[in-house]
Structures are given as C-alpha cells and as structure tokens.
Write a protein that binds this ligand. Structure first.
Ligand SMILES: [Zn+2]
Ligand SMILES: [Zn+2]
Length: 129
C-alpha cells in the first residue's frame, strides 16, 4: 500500500471529516518507522501525531491495514482529534481532549473495544461522507 489513505477505514473517515470540517483538508497521512517500532513494543499503538514527523500529519504503522474497519475509523478520528485539539499537557488529558474534540466536531463518541481496548467507531457513522 503506497499511502495509508488506501486503507478503507482511513479513506472513508477522511472523506467524512473533511466534508464536516474543511480545515482538515490539508492533513497528510504517512507510514512511519517509529510507529512500527512503537507497535512492536505496545500492540495498542498504531498511529501518532508528532510534529517531528511532519506538521498536520498522522503517522501510521502498516499493521493498521489488518485491523477491522471500525478500529481504523476510531483510530483515524482519534488522531484527527489530536490535530483539532493540539493542547499540550498531561498525556492522559491529551488523550481525553482528542476524543472530546472528536465529539465536539463530529458528534461521535469514541468507544474502546476488545482485549486491548482499542479505539472503535461504527463505520456507519462516517459512511457516505
Ligand atoms: Zn511518525
Ligand atoms: Zn492519542
């Protein structure tokens, strides 16, 4: 896969997000070696937003392609939440702020499902733009 946007869940989430929030149109997605290493250390980690990797950029581990669609949608929305609310501070609070930003912007409540409590959102919520 050349670009993470070829992942169905990331693709439908971005179409939906940009339509609702045009300021997200410039967000880039890229594969990131650091994400691959992080995922090997912690199976919950699939993506990050890190200005050192690029401004307005969501970095991904290629393993995201093997996740169910709902996890891809949840993860992508969560990372967009970090871009929507780039406040610094306590790491736990940053995670909460990201999901709050998703709720404020899109009216979508983040869910955490499965053994690893991974981000999950019903793909129907973002289907059809
Ligand atoms: Zn990165
Ligand atoms: Zn996060």
């Amino acid at each position: 896969m050349f670009n993470p946007r070829e992942c169905a869940g990331i693709n439908i989430t971005m179409q939906f997000a940009v339509q609702r929030c045009p300021e997200l149109a410039d967000v880039q997605h890229r594969w990131c070696d650091e994400c691959e290493r992080a995922h090997e250390q912690d199976p919950r980690l699939f993506a990050h937003v890190n200005p050192a990797c690029g401004e307005r950029t969501v970095c991904w581990s290629r393993t995201v392609a093997r996740l169910p669609l709902g996890n891809q949608v949840g993860l992508c929305l969560h990372e967009l939440g970090h871009l929507l609310d780039p406040r610094s501070g306590d790491p736990v609070e940053q995670e909460q702020h990201a999901d709050l930003a998703v709720f404020d912007q899109f009216g979508i409540e983040m869910q955490y499902r499965g053994e690893t409590e991974l981000e999950w959102v019903d793909p129907q919520e973002v289907a059809g733009g």
